[in-house]
Design a binder for this molecule. Structure first.
Ligand SMILES: Nc1ncnc2c1ncn2[C@@H]1O[C@H](COP(=O)(O)OP(=O)(O)OP(=O)(O)O)[C@@H](O)[C@H]1O
Ligand SMILES: [Mg+2]
Length: 252
């Protein structure tokens, strides 16, 4: 199963990604986390795993990828970065960090001023997810950058389920409605996770959403989660709302 975690900036995507990774690992899944956020650099710490070398480097970094992309111009749909399907165990070892049942691949990070846009990363993210062939107990959890650019890049089309994190803000509700419209007809399940909410906030959000039935979990504002986020430590503890959430996502 391939899951994508999305939502507005700071809503809790990476925190949820790390907590889900550990919960699925406790349930004996082999978990591959894919970090497609080209800006933030802390996901590996939240998971408690070494930072891998960016997968982009395997393809020659930005110059190597640019060469491949320009060779296909103007028909960019023809760019083929990954020729063969990849499996959990065939990802080149230097480009994946592994610890127990959790592995992490990072597509690429912006490093320098003026280095260019994130289009090559977006292209690689999509092709990597598309190429992954999973065994029965494998799960892929993809953390995305804030907003909806990943939809524009077609990354979400490679998912079996999209988990949108909503913090209690008007902005998140608006984004949820937009994502509902975008995913209509895509044939991919859309789930909402309300984060940092109390019961009053939850009731307000439920009234505003056109599809409140898509809400599968509510996570309270938790000082423990916040202080772990500040400490730079991994967020590994078992957490009842996450255990309950997993039961709502059919594993097929
Ligand atoms: N349920 C929660 N209770 C308290 N703090 C939380 C909760 N969920 C997330 N946080 C805190 O909110 C902040 C943002 O979380 P996180 O980095 O996971 O968001 P994000 O959506 O990945 O952000 P970005 O858009 O920058 O990638 C962090 O400080 C995190 O510790
Ligand atoms: Mg994040």
């Amino acid at each position: 199963m391939k899951l994508i975690i999305c939502g507005k900036g700071g809503s809790g995507k990476s925190t949820l990604t790390a907590m889900l990774a550990h919960e699925y690992a406790r349930k004996n899944f082999r978990v591959l986390v894919v970090d497609t956020d080209e800006s933030n650099i802390g996901l590996h710490r939240l998971i408690g795993i070494d930072a891998p070398v960016d997968l982009m480097e395997y393809f020659g970094g930005r110059p190597g990828m640019k060469e491949k992309i320009m060779a296909a111009a103007p028909d960019y749909a023809k760019v083929k970065l990954i020729e063969e399907p990849w499996k959990f165990d065939s990802i080149p070892a230097d480009y994946v960090s592994r610890k127990d049942n959790i592995a992490l691949v990072s597509i690429g990070k912006i490093q320098h001023s003026g280095e260019g846009c994130a289009c090559p990363m977006g292209m690689l993210s999509r092709q990597f997810l598309q190429s992954l062939q999973l065994a029965e107990n494998d799960i892929v959890i993809t953390d995305t950058e804030a907003g909806i650019e990943h939809f524009g890049r077609g990354i979400d089309e490679e998912a079996d389920g999209i988990l949108m994190v909503l913090d209690p803000s008007f902005e998140s509700v608006g984004l949820a409605e937009k994502i509902t419209t975008i995913t209509d007809g895509m044939g991919i399940s859309l789930y909402f996770i309300l984060n940092r909410v109390n019961s009053e906030m939850s009731a307000t959000i439920r009234k505003k959403l056109s599809k409140p039935g898509n809400i599968i979990a509510e996570i309270p504002d938790d000082p423990d989660i916040l202080s772990t986020g500040l400490s730079g430590d991994a967020i590994t503890r078992q957490y009842a709302p996450i255990e309950a959430l997993i039961k709502e996502i059919p594993n097929n």
